[in-house]
Design a protein around this ligand. Sequence first.
Ligand code: GLN
Length: 481
Amino acid sequence: MSFGTRPFAALGASALREGLLDGQFSAREAAEACLARIGRYDGGVGSFLEVTPEMALRAADEVDEKVAMRRFEELGPLAGVPVAFKDNMNLAGAHTTCGSRVLAGHVARETAVCVQRVLDAGAIPIGKLNMDEFAFGSSTETSAFGRTCNPWDLERVPGGSSGGSAAAVAAGFVPIALGSDAGGSIRQPACLCGVVGVKPTYGLVSRQGVEAFAESLDQVGPFTRCVEDAALAIDVLAGRWSAGAWQTELSRAVRDDVRGMRVGMVPSFMDVAGLSGEMREAVLRAADALALQGASLREVEIPGAQVAMDAYRVLGPCRAFENLACFDLARYGVEDAQKLPLAVGAEARRRIVLGGYLLSTDEGARYRSAAKEVCRRIVDDYKHAFGSVDVILAPVTPRAAFRFGEITDPTEMHLSDMFTVSVNLAGNTAMSMPMGLGSQTGLPVGVQIIAAAGGEREMLRAAAALERAIGGPSVAPLFSA
Ligand code: GLN
């Protein structure tokens, strides 16, 4: 068996497919190579909470059977592609813990719609990925099952809450991982780990079978190492693909150039105190690269984004409080419900207490109605901006990956989301696109590309143009062998 001139770790979906169809390797061999890499290296990264070799090999054999019988018209666009899932997504027969001790030992009986869609498209289920407890956090340090390290520097966080998903892709364990984003949990870790991470338009991907943090904000999306794979994954997640066709509408659209594209810049985002020089430079470099390829730049403003964090910190905990109420512990592992306050970690406790207060007091009601008003304003602000531009470039997060334990103040940790939450409040789509390594830290930096609801096509076109200009994301050097 040979994976061509490139190591298995570097292969994306299209290279895997070509290899499979050319008979260079079988889906079983690719799955075995993937499992072997995880066995060998994930001890140092800690991205997986559970690996599912039996499921993986069974799925791989099914793909190989179709290839052997030359039933290519039955293969989906992700045939033979190893994929792993954030641990808040149900995969029947595997654990779903949401990174919480409360759910330790809980085995899912059903498969989430998003996971099933990926499997129906031929993907190989590799396992479940670490995350901040109940998706509360920006560093994956709040998982009850230990930390995940950033593959670019094992002393640093991968970001969160989908830190396991970002790290698994950055370490070359899987070409595609799924994460969820209620306030930045796909985009921020993607940026810190130097991979592509997309939060699709609100509602594009079913949330059924994904443990909820905040239904009005949550959105499932992919982490990948190239824009084409992200495009494929989004279409698969949205159910927009047909068997026998390797490309989808979005994966074809990324080949179009950006001539004439109107690109917005938000001056007030660029002036935020706390935005590091190298993250600022990444946005400016992206703007230059798009302008060089024929896009036009103009300034727009999203005034409501200034108070987006305040609204998010009211609405998020309210939904979280209601959602966590369903874990009456008797059914999920810990017998004694009295243990709840101790069973969950400090960040989850803070949100439960805050949500309870906001939902049960008059003062809370005033905060909630103010927060809803902010959402309406932000929706209008984005609508207005997208009247004159096709995409907006913005920072993803203020700074590159920080060290474990470096940020202990919860308020400071929440600032990681300052550039991402307004997008969830508005229901738009946005992504993090790697922009190489920062001039200050030498760690991955990225740019956020924001588009209107349903604007994935324009967004991915801009991302692909950056990929052509800057060079795509790569596997972290420590793991590139
Ligand atoms: N970091 C954010 C938070 O702590 C985002 C979480 C998310 O998107 N799930 O709430």
